[in-house]
Every structure is written in C-alpha cells, then in structure tokens.
Design a binder for this molecule. Structure first.
Ligand code: GDG
Length: 486
C-alpha cells in the first residue's frame, strides 16, 4: 500500500481536532492519511527564518510536516500572488488584482522551497495530492528535482475565462506548469471546460473526450470531482446537544418570523453586499415581509492583510447599518450581521432553525455551506435552499431555487417563494438534494480522485524528468532550473 502525501498551503489545525470542529475536507483527508500512514505537508502559518527542513510531528496516526515562511514570503506568496493575483483573477475580479513581479518571485520561491523540503520526505511509491491555487507550479518544481511519483492537483476555486486569464503576465507559465501533474481535478464541468478552452485556443492544444489533454509537447488528464461534505456526520452534529441549544435560542427569538441564514468568510466573491441590497429590495417590494423575514449573516473575517478583503468590512458595516436604520422596528432588525465565527455545532443548529438558506456568491468553486444547510435540515420540516447559479454547487443541486445574485429582484422574489413554499414541495426538493449529497460525500470525493490518479499513466519517466527545462520565455527573475513566475 503506497503512502498518501497531501500538500496544501495550510495544514489542518490540530488542537481542536474533534468531529465538531473539523470541516469535511479535513475529515476526508485525515481518514485517508491515517489509513495510508500518510503525511500532510504545508505552511505552519508562522513566520521564521527561511528553511527547507520541515517541523515534523505525529497527530492521530498522521505525520504532519510544516515549514515556517519568512515575512517576505508571506507578503509576496500568500498575501501577494495567491490572494492579490490569483484569487481575484480566478473569481473574475481583475479590477482588484495587482500584477507585481515581486509577487510572482515570491510564489516561485515558496513553491521551490516546498519542493526541496518534500523531496527529502517522499518515498518512491508515494502518491502526492496537491491542493489549490497556492501550489500550482509545485509538481513542475518536483519533476525538475527528479521526482517521478504520481502527483495529482485539485483546484478548489473556479477556473477563469480565457479572456481574463490572459491578462495575467505569467498565464502561459502557470498553465504550462500544470502539465507536470498526472491528474488535474476541477469542482465542476464548467471550470474544466474553461481550462480546456484556454489550452485549445492559447496553446493550440488537443482535448480528448476521455479528459486527456495535450499541449506544450506534454499531456495530462483532467477530471471533475465535486467536493462533498460528511453529510451523515453533519446531520448528526445538527441533532447534537450544542446544536439543539443554538436551534432553540434562534427559534425562540424568531417566533412568527422567517429566518434566512447566510454563512461566509468576508470575501468579495461571496456577494455579501449584493445580498444585503437584495434584502433591502425584498422589503421595498414586499412590505408584508417587514417584521416577518430577517437575515442572519454569519461573516467570519478572512485575510485581513489583503487590502481588498479589509476594505469590505467598513462597506458592509455601513450598508447593514443603513438598511437596518431604514427598516428596523422596536423588536425587529432585518439584517443581523455577526462578524465572528461559531463552532460547527452552533452553526448546524442555526442552519436548522432557518426557513431559508441564502447562498449567493458571485463566483465560487463549489460552496460547502449550501451542502451543510441541506444536511442540517429536519427531514419532516426542511427549509429551502436558494443558490447562486455561479457556485459550482449549482451543477449538482438543481432542486435549490437557482438565482442570479446580480439581480436584486431575482433574489428578492426567490426569498418570497421560499418562505411561501408548501411543505410537500420543500420535502420533495430537500429529499432529492440530501440523497445526492449523501451519495457524493467527502469520502466519495477523496476516493474518486485517488482512484483516478492511481489509474493514470505515469507522467514522466526518470529520464524525462531530468531534462524538463524552463521555456525561453520563462525564468526571468528566477534563473537556473526554477519554474519562472517572476
Ligand atoms: C474554498 C472554495 C469550496 C464558515 N464560517 C464558519 C465556518 N465556516 C465554514 C463553513 C464551510 C466553510 O467554512 C466554507 O466553505 P466554502 O465552501 O463556503 O468556502 P471557501 O472557504 O471559500 O472554500 C469553495 C471550498 O474551498 C472547498 O473546496 O467549496 O468554493 O472557495 O464548511 O461551514 N465554520 C465554523 N464557524 C464559522 O463561523 N466552524
């Protein structure tokens, strides 16, 4: 049995590792790692002197290997290229992206450092699974060091439209570097199609119906693996004592009222501003909803060092304050904006108490909140999910009320329809979605991906690995055998 090595920017926090605090992704990966005597590798989250030697510890049968990063790396790689270049670009906000060469240098430097540290840990028959946009060039950096193991990549966020991707100065190097993986996984067909369109048009590549794709004189395999949650586990959390306490409290304050819940990181891609405005439009258009409906927005602060994220806070404060000032009455507030995070059990109780789950990102790789909302419902009296068509989850969850989050009227109408929906229709829609998320849960996602990865033809032979070199257009600011993003 070969070991699994999972590589992600951050490694799951250990201290709180109880079922109630772990997300579905962490659970799915932890199970697989424990089973295969595996290793989870990533940034420690701390700053310190540059090093290739990871700190290694054992946690629930899993080896955790972490590297500290220098302050400059955090600034250029994490806050810079990952979250001020790739995050906005891949979420179609090029107006918020800052294309600075120093960010590309930092991105390259950290991927090289990860590769150097990993090479000392990896054994010949290990399988590597790399996660997300922070680490796209990692496989190429590993191949250039001679690693011939199977390496898979999963992108948790959307793939952008070609017309926007080409605004990135390093677009070709970035896409080309992905061809060093044996398997590239996307959350849904739409993101895979966008990737294929880039490769066909910009790189004169060839796409086969099997998912095999060739360009730059290399080929790899693409696949669609919608990430799931631990649906049964989450349903059990929703019935736990902690969840029941938060359910009872929320239900008591919402008697005779319809609670609408949203849960997001404070992130421009999640569409919080448009959502608040849709609540305002709801109250303008449907006066009978005044004192009847209210939004409970749980909004966990996120990436405070990145300007576009930090700037969102005062805007949301002002918007919720203005709408509340305009519509609130002595004992009712239309938007309860909670700028903090809650335990998973608390959250599950709130989902269950809410008549409507309002999930309206402007663009989102998948969106797990949509699935958690469904899993937390009372089967005898479930609430209604309203879901943005621009979330990857919409491809799977067509029994939700699918909306265009840019249209305030569309969202307002869907809220009224959800609140008025008869119980038999609510149950029928919920049942279909629940069956699907139970079938396609976190464990299925992980095993589907790993099965596909293990059945790919190995990407490179040892001999080929030693001759992969940067292209003529790459390497400025890098040099030698580095990947070339500067
Ligand atoms: C990326 C992609 C993709 C939120 N607030 C609290 C809390 N949360 C938990 C939710 C959910 C998770 O965070 C958020 O997951 P999402 O999927 O909505 O979003 P991203 O963080 O943007 O994740 C996304 C995902 O990767 C997985 O591939 O779906 O598209 O952007 O689980 O419950 N959890 C707790 N307290 C909170 O206050 N405990």
């Amino acid at each position: 049995m070969s070991r699994l090595i999972v590589v992600s920017n951050r490694v799951a926090a250990s201290e709180k590792a109880g079922a109630a605090s772990m997300g579905g992704l962490t659970m799915a990966l932890s199970d697989a790692l424990a089973f295969s005597d595996g290793v989870w590798f990533g940034w420690s989250g701390k700053t310190g002197p540059a090093t290739d030697r990871p700190d290694i510890r054992s946690q629930n049968g899993v080896t955790i290997a972490t590297l500290d990063l220098e302050a400059q790396d955090v600034s250029e790689y994490y806050n810079g290229f990952a979250n001020t270049v790739l995050w906005p670009l891949f979420h179609h906000r090029i107006d918020l992206a800052r294309y600075e060469r120093a960010f590309g240098d930092g991105y390259q430097r950290v991927n090289e450092r990860f590769a150097a540290a990993l090479c000392d840990l990896v054994r010949p028959d290990d399988v590597l699974w790399v996660h997300d946009y922070h680490l796209m060039p990692l496989a190429l950096a590993l191949r250039r060091r001679g690693l011939t193991n199977r390496i898979g990549f999963f992108l948790h966020i959307p793939w952008p439209a070609r017309e926007l991707l080409v605004t990135l100065p390093q677009h070709q190097a970035l896409v080309r570097s992905l061809f060093a993986y044996d398997l590239i996984g996307f959350q849904c067909e739409e993101w895979r199609r966008a990737f294929q369109a880039y490769v066909e048009i910009e790189a004169a590549g060839r796409v086969q119906s099997s998912g095999r794709i060739s360009a730059f004189g290399e080929s790899t395999t693409t696949g669609v693996f919608p990430i799931g949650i631990d649906a049964r586990g989450f349903a059990a959390i929703a019935a736990s004592p902690g969840a029941t306490r938060s359910y009872t409290r929320a239900a008591a304050t919402g008697v005779f009222r319809s609670m609408i819940i949203s849960v997001d990181r404070v992130d421009y891609a999640k569409g919080l501003e448009a959502r608040f405005m849709a609540i305002e439009r709801l109250l303008e258009t449907y006066p009978d909803m005044i004192e009847k409906a209210f939004l409970l927005q749980v909004a966990q602060p996120s990436r405070p060092e990145v300007r576009a994220f930090a700037e969102l806070h005062p805007r949301l404060d002002a918007l919720s304050g203005r709408i509340n000032g305009r519509f609130a009455t002595v004992d009712w507030t239309p938007i309860r904006y909670l700028n903090r995070s809650y335990g998973r059990d608390h959250l599950a109780g709130l989902y269950r108490a809410a008549r409507v789950g309002l999930v309206t990102p402007l663009r989102d790789g998948m969106n797990l909140v949509a699935k958690e909302y469904v899993a937390a419902q009372d089967p005898q009296d479930p609430g209604v999910l309203i879901l943005s068509r621009f979330a990857g989850a919409a491809e799977q969850m067509d029994q939700a009320l699918i909306v265009n989050p840019y249209s305030l009227e569309d969202v307002a109408d869907a809220i009224v329809r959800a609140i008025r929906m008869p119980k038999p229709e609510r149950i029928a829609r919920w049942r279909t979605m629940m069956d699907d998320i139970e079938r396609h849960d976190a464990a299925a996602w992980r095993s589907d991906f790993l099965r596909a990865l293990r059945s790919t033809t190995p990407q490179v032979s040892a001999a080929q690995a030693s001759v992969i070199k940067p292209s003529a257009t790459e390497g400025q600011g890098g040099g030698g055998s580095r990947v070339g993003f500067g």
